[in-house]
Design a protein around this ligand. Structure first.
Ligand SMILES: [Ca+2]
Length: 503
């Protein structure tokens, strides 16, 4: 037999075996045209200051469009009010006690390296999975233009544009703390147009990826798009500032009176430089935060338009969310890392195939942890057995369904030697919080009378039974937030953990 014939036979049998392997590994590939795509949009540090969430001033016509054709979750909560821990939890479908990630600049491959992330599970079923911008943790703005603390195994394509906000304008940005932009309040009304900004470039890249996805009719896609705004620095093109007159920006009144009944850890996210704020600076900061939201919303609109133009909208599930909420002066706090409603509550909207109750609002508390099992179910993607969230599909079909009926969030206080957790549970009526197992204080708020959480009822004798009941519920949820071993997985150095060095 000639070498050529031998090679030919080998090639034939290899092809045959490859085809068989494909049949075995990807049994659903042939049904690809029926499987829905996923467009997963996440904004950074965005609270519910959106038109569709009833905000009286912020305009967000494009995110509102998603809500009109989907289900809006009115009580959706992050599991940890900080970028890295929240995103690892959401994308792993595990509580932070099970990912082992409670701080930024870490990735779950350091703690649970063999776990399949959300998009990894889609990849295993033949989906094309792409990331544009911030999905896992990124230092903003330092890591913009890099992979940040990304997990390469989650994606087939990663795009990291950097715009004028990162490359040109930093010397012009006003900041409460000199030369610090991402960690503190900082803002700038840019003279440059949308498409020169990082988030504008993200939308342009998303258009490009969608055009290529549209050509491949056989292969569904999971496109994850992580916008950076309204994370600090609040940089947006000037025209977006015009809709928000500085003097009309809302100031929080009566803070001193309000915080008297709070345990110190409840206010542990306060930063020293926030004491430099006066009312004028507060209003300027809020104006820039709102402008950044409207700018980001316009970029979301460009991507939605492209989805429609390409005829992809009908078979694409669109998710819009954020990694945690944000304070704008409530309880004297700014930014994130508290367990109050403003810091834990996130926008969450799911639209597209499989969502029956279009334009409806679901009131039952849910968590970002629920996204993984929900999207996997909607797309018939098998998941790891240890996921800890619930499938929201029944609520997408009937928004009066209660599901689990509560959501839990946690946060770390103290330095590495004195670290202790605070945990909070949100039910339809109550928020109940325990600091360091209750040893460092408790909080109880009745949302039917006190939506701004200004009256801590934890010490009211006549609510003793409520406190006992919620404490039991919270502590059961905490036990359930750990892996089967009961131990938080340690951070391991030297395991596969690429891209962990900041530029
Ligand atoms: Ca964030």
């Amino acid at each position: 037999m000639s070498v050529r014939k031998l090679l030919g036979l080998y090639a034939c049998s290899f092809l045959l075996m490859s085809t068989l392997a494909l049949e075995v590994s990807f049994p659903q590939l042939h049904a690809a045209e029926k499987r829905p795509n996923v467009l997963f949009i996440i904004s950074d540090d965005l609270n519910t200051s959106l038109g569709c969430y009833g905000h009286p001033q912020v305009t967000s016509p494009n995110i509102d469009r998603i809500a009109e054709r989907g289900v809006l979750f009115d009580r959706a909560y992050c599991q940890y009010p900080l970028c890295g821990p929240s995103r690892n939890s959401m994308l792993c479908g595990l509580y932070p006690n099970s990912t082992g990630i409670h701080r930024n600049s870490q990735i779950f491959r350091q703690t649970i390296p063999s776990h399949q992330s959300l998009s990894h599970a889609f990849r295993m079923q033949g989906y094309f999975a792409a990331r544009i911008g911030k999905l896992y943790h990124y230092n903003v703005p330092k890591s913009v233009g890099t992979n940040g603390h990304d997990d390469p195994g989650s994606w087939e394509l990663e795009l990291n544009p950097a715009g004028c906000d990162r490359l040109l304008e930093e010397p012009d940005i006003f900041s409460l703390k000199k030369n610090s932009f991402g960690g503190t309040l900082s803002w700038y009304a840019s003279p440059r147009g949308d498409k020169l900004h990082t988030d504008g470039m993200l939308a342009t890249d998303a258009e490009w990826v969608l055009e290529r996805c549209a050509r491949d009719k056989e292969r569904p896609f999971f496109l994850a798009l992580g916008f950076f705004r309204p994370h600090t620095p609040y940089v947006a093109p000037k025209p977006y500032f015009k809709g928000y007159a500085v003097k009309e920006m809302p100031l929080v009144e009566g803070v001193e009176e309000n915080v008297k009944d709070l345990p110190p850890d409840a206010l542990g996210s306060h930063k020293k430089e926030h004491d430099l704020l006066n009312d004028d600076l507060r209003q300027q900061a809020i104006q820039a935060y709102f402008a950044s939201i409207s700018f980001m919303d316009a970029q979301v609109g460009r991507v939605l338009d492209k989805l429609e133009e390409l005829g992809l909208a009908e078979n694409t599930i669109v998710v819009f969310t954020s990694d945690h909420g944000y304070h704008l002066g409530e309880h004297g706090l700014w930014q994130k890392m508290s367990l109050f409603e403003e810091s834990t509550r996130v926008p969450l909207i799911i639209a597209g195939p499989g969502v029956k109750e279009t334009g409806k609002v679901a009131k039952t508390p849910v968590g970002l942890i629920d996204l993984y099992p929900t999207l996997a179910n909607l797309c018939d993607v098998p998941t790891p057995e240890n996921l800890q969230g619930q499938d929201l599909t029944p609520i997408l079909n009937d928004t009066t369904k209660e599901g689990r009926g509560w959501a839990v969030s946690q946060v770390l206080r103290g330095g590495r030697k004195a670290q202790r957790f605070g945990y909070t549970i949100r039910t339809p009526r109550w928020r109940y919080t325990e600091w360091n197992n209750g040893q460092d204080g408790r909080e109880l708020y009745d949302h039917t009378k006190d939506p701004l959480e200004q009256n801590n009822l934890a010490k009211n004798a006549h609510l003793g039974e409520i406190v006992t009941d919620l404490s039991r519920k919270l502590n059961e949820a905490i036990v359930g937030s750990f892996p089967e071993s009961g131990e938080i997985p340690p951070i391991r150095q030297g395991v596969w953990a690429p891209n962990l060095t900041d530029p």
